[in-house]
Design a protein around this ligand. Structure first.
Ligand SMILES: NC(=O)c1ccc[n+]([C@@H]2O[C@H](COP(=O)([O-])OP(=O)(O)OC[C@H]3O[C@@H](n4cnc5c(N)ncnc54)[C@H](OP(=O)(O)O)[C@@H]3O)[C@@H](O)[C@H]2O)c1
Length: 270
């Protein structure tokens, strides 16, 4: 039985993962802002806990509470995130910075708070939810992909740094997963393009994203929760788990195709 903290547990991948890990017998703290959504996880034994990942005090309070209750944190699953889609010309830099605050700096703040405890324990696992979008870029996704590319580098550097302390770091790189993520990203895209130069193309892409994420094409979030559960229980985690709709073929195509052909393919599919 491990003591696990997972962020973004109020919805989608985080929700399913918190539920599965608790069912597997772990003590799971599920963190997010929407406490009403977390309440439902109580019935399967998940401990709901408030977190606004952009607020360092909130991160500190969360870690202190778990340490006070349990004396340790064995596994940190950094999952909270959203997609701030929009043309670079349209998205205010303030929003771009918010995207980085949630997807990277908040995650880094939480990781920094957990690391001393893991070092003290001489053991620990950090599982960062990146994306296939940490390996290639989609239309109008500049800031989102910038955060996920950054998370890939951050995680690779962290893995080397903490290895001597018995701590391991893994990246989960989901493909298209049927959660609210796509609808939230499409809303950001449509909103940011209103009345601007990119409106027509952006609205077309937003409509296509909404269609894709409300249809049956995308993978079930359970695929990702099972992969995370596998990483949690494995003797040795893989450095990367690339899994879910489109992930393996698209990363492969990105590797073998000339960049401009890959751009063309992505724009056509958007
Ligand atoms: N769905 C996909 O196709 C896909 C593909 C690749 C990667 N991913 C990644 O998977 C992760 C989970 O996404 P999902 O698909 O499960 O989306 P989701 O259903 O929208 O869930 C996102 C979670 O992030 C939390 N969150 C957002 N802002 C936060 C903040 N400021 N503080 C604390 N928590 C915050 C949300 O909780 P509250 O709003 O309640 O705070 C929510 O629980 C994300 O990192 C996403 O980038 C998703």
């Amino acid at each position: 039985m491990a003591i696990i903290l997972i962020t973004g547990a109020s919805s989608g991948i985080g929700y399913q993962t918190a539920e599965l890990l608790a069912q597997n017998g772990h003590k799971v703290y599920g963190a997010a802002r929407r406490m009403d959504k977390l309440e439902k996880l109580k019935s399967v034994g998940v401990e709901p806990i408030y977190l606004d990942i952009t607020n360092e005090e909130s991160c500190r309070k969360l870690v202190d509470t778990i340490i006070d209750n349990e004396g340790q944190i064995d596994i940190l699953i950094n999952n909270a995130g959203y997609g701030s889609y929009g043309a670079i010309e349209d998205v205010p830099l303030e929003e771009a910075k918010r995207q980085f605050e949630v997807n990277l700096f908040g995650l880094a703040a939480l990781t920094k708070l957990v690391l001393p405890h893991m070092r003290h324990q001489k053991a620990g696992r950090i599982i960062n939810i990146s994306s296939m979008g940490g390996r290639f870029t989609t239309y109008f996704g500049a800031w989102y992909h910038a955060t996920k590319y950054a998370l890939e580098a951050f995680s690779d550097a962290l893995r080397m740094e903490v290895k001597p302390f018995g701590i391991d770091v893994s990246l989960i790189e989901p493909g298209g997963i049927k959660t609210n993520w796509g609808l939230i990203a499409a809303d950001h895209l449509a909103e940011s393009a209103k009345g601007g130069t990119y409106e027509e193309a952006a609205l077309k892409t937003a409509t296509s994203m909404r269609k894709q994420y409300s249809g049956n094409m995308m993978s079930d979030p359970k695929i990702i929760s099972k992969t995370i559960s596998k990483a949690v229980s494995s003797k040795r985690m893989r450095a990367r788990y690339l899994i879910g709709f489109g992930a393996k073929p698209l990363v492969f195509l990105h590797t073998i195709l000339p960049t401009r052909i890959f751009d063309w393919l992505i724009m056509r599919a958007s």
